[in-house]
Design a protein around this ligand. Structure first.
Ligand SMILES: NC(=O)c1ccc[n+]([C@@H]2O[C@H](COP(=O)([O-])OP(=O)(O)OC[C@H]3O[C@@H](n4cnc5c(N)ncnc54)[C@H](OP(=O)(O)O)[C@@H]3O)[C@@H](O)[C@H]2O)c1
Length: 276
């Protein structure tokens, strides 16, 4: 699975399956990312807010592969909503990573977390365009190759598409058994925006779920393998996170096919919260 690729709307080829690093400390990040690259992962997802860009960058520099064989994604923090602040954030992120350029920079959230979590009606359309402008300038400078968004709803994306020069190539959102935002997924698909599926295992909450456990047993696979395959069959790019090299390999060993009937059953699983 690690060799398979999607094509982004700017023509860039990206892996169908990538490696997530949320909740991996800066101290552990170099070893974890080195192991992930050794396993065959070629796209690494980090963020300014994860506090591990230094360790991620060290692994990219020291892994022995050409920089162009790897893709690295970072994210502008949820509460950074100014042009000047974003310019500074990009400089600092690139300094910490020290890998020459970023393949993708995302706006981590359309609004600060407390407002996103509370489903606040307040929008940050103007602010996100300011952030985007600073990101576009880094693309013009060659320091970032492509831009994307994360946790964006349809109106938030439409704002960028209507007003910005560079279109987002991805939207990184939560997609897993028990949480499939079908409207955003199909809106993005129609516009060639690839969905990066975060928390494919619902941050661990699906590991002992009765339905995923029962279906995984029928296929002779682990629950994470079933959950990752589910996201792949939705046409998204899952980003499983694990600190264990053995699990990194297991999570990429997903060349089985979930039947239409089982996909339908998995799509009916009631809401599973990845946190809480
Ligand atoms: N854009 C956003 O707002 C956002 C939000 C959340 C996440 N993300 C991204 O998405 C990535 C994935 O989300 P997530 O970190 O919640 O990951 P996840 O893969 O849904 O869950 C990770 C949990 O599952 C366990 N796990 C993974 N593979 C396993 C296996 N084969 N067997 C048993 N347990 C396994 C991990 O444990 P061990 O580590 O102990 O193996 C960890 O406890 C993040 O790392 C981050 O890059 C983005």
């Amino acid at each position: 699975m690690l060799e398979q690729r999607y094509t982004l709307n700017d023509g860039t080829r990206v892996p169908r399956l990538a490696f997530g690093t949320w909740q991996i400390s800066d101290a552990d990040a170099c070893r974890a990312v080195t192991d992930a690259i050794g396993t065959g992962y070629r796209l690494i997802d980090t963020a300014v807010d994860y506090g591990n860009e230094r360790g991620v960058g060290q692994a990219i520099r020291e892994c022995g592969l050409k920089r162009s064989d790897l893709q690295v994604v970072s994210k502008i923090p949820h509460d950074m909503k100014t042009y000047q602040g974003t310019k500074r954030t990009i400089d600092e992120s690139l300094d910490r990573l020290d890998i020459g350029y970023l393949d993708l920079m995302l706006i981590h959230s359309p609004k600060p977390w407390p407002e996103l979590d509370a489903h606040s009606p307040k929008t940050y359309f103007e602010e996100n365009l300011e952030v985007w402008k600073a990101m576009e300038e880094a693309v013009e400078d060659g320091r970032i190759k492509a831009l994307g968004v994360s946790n964006f709803g349809i109106a938030d994306i439409q704002n960028i598409l209507d007003n910005a020069a560079i279109a987002p190539v991805v939207n990184q959102i939560r997609v897993h058994v028990g949480h499939v935002p079908a409207d955003v997924i199909s809106y993005c698909r129609e516009r060639g925006i690839v969905i990066m599926a975060f928390a494919p295992n619902a941050t661990g909450k699906l590991l002992h779920h009765p339905i995923t456990t029962a279906i995984a047993a029928r296929y002779g696979v682990s629950v994470p393998q079933l959950c990752i395959r589910f996201d792949l069959q939705l046409g998204t790019m899952p980003l499983p996170k694990t600190l264990s090299r053995e699990r990194m390999a297991q999570n990429a060993d997903v060349d089985f096919v979930i039947s239409d009937d089982d996909m339908a059953e998995l799509l009916k699983v009631p809401e599973v919260n990845n946190l809480g």
